[in-house]
Design a protein around this ligand. Structure first.
Ligand code: SIN
Length: 278
């Protein structure tokens, strides 16, 4: 197995491995813990059952409520953009399921069909973004919590989106989650501190005036998007990428109009998140 870092601080590309091989799992698990994003190349023969079996080695499956499920596999979500569609799922910077009380540990995306160019996924290290803040700003943020919600993204207001009209997103009445998480979390496994707000699901910082909350969130979003904290995954059909939702943001690049991109995603159960003083 060859593990090659994608950047100085986030992500690794892995070749020479088969995710079905139980004997290689520990090395993959260690690579995931170290790099937060792993791109496992050349998994062309993987079936939906293999995808689920690999995910279950990390924990129970967290079934997405809003994405169209794969026929016969309700635990797998489709992430597809047809060649005549304009909107892609996941175009804004986000972390999956941050609107849940116990946000998903991670997500495993399998590329089945990719466009001839474009359709990359970008990632940000929230630990690197935290480390780059000044000590007074870190201390200030460590005392704060923020609200996250599914309502404005998957609820009634989204029903007129192309994704909802085309059936890629559904179940708007289930978009009832509002939850408070610390703005700075301690990663449940590594203990590393990281920023835990994101532009898609975070709605406000608790206890601040509206203008203060908006200004602070905008500052954090700009800060986190610095290229120095990013890694970029260029997909090939058959690749599997796995990312840590407690340590990263991600964003699907929608630059391949006229071509189809078809992925299957499995998400793994997480746990409630603690602030740094817990
Ligand atoms: C997602 O946000 O889960 C999808 C990311 C992608 O399609 O690249």
């Amino acid at each position: 197995m060859q593990i090659s870092p994608l950047t100085g601080g986030l992500g690794a590309e892995i070749t020479g491995v088969d995710v079905r091989d139980a004997g290689q799992f520990e090395s993959l698990q260690a690579a995931f813990a170290k790099h937060s994003v792993i791109v496992i190349r050349n998994q062309q023969d993987i079936t939906p059952e293999d995808h689920l079996a690999f995910a279950r080695k990390f924990g129970p499956i967290n079934v997405n409520r809003f994405f169209k499920p794969v026929d016969g596999h309700p635990e797998i979500a489709t992430v597809t953009k047809e060649k005549d569609q304009k909107e892609a799922v996941g175009e804004g910077w986000h972390t999956d399921h941050s609107y849940d009380t116990a946000p998903a540990l991670g997500s495993i995306l399998r590329a089945i069909e990719v466009p001839p160019y474009g359709g990359d996924t970008l990632f940000v290290s929230m630990g690197m973004a935290y480390d780059a803040l000044s000590a007074p700003m870190q201390r200030f943020l460590e005392g704060l919590s923020a609200w996250h919600s599914s309502r404005h993204v998957f609820g009634a207001s989204a029903e007129d989106s192309e994704a909802a009209r085309s059936g890629r997103l559904a179940n708007a009445t289930a978009a009832t989650q509002d939850v408070l998480h610390p703005v700075i979390i301690r990663h449940p496994l590594s203990g590393r501190k990281g920023i835990y707000v994101n532009p898609v699901f975070t709605t406000r910082i608790d206890g601040l005036a509206d203008t203060e909350s908006e200004a602070l969130l905008n500052f954090l979003y700009l800060h986190c998007q610095q290229p120095e904290f990013q890694a970029r995954v260029r997909w090939q059909a058959g690749d599997i990428s796995m990312w840590d939702n407690r340590a990263t943001w991600h964003k699907a690049i929608n630059d391949y109009h006229g071509f189809r991109r078809h992925m299957h995603r499995v998400t793994i159960e997480g746990c409630p998140l603690d602030g740094v003083s817990a």
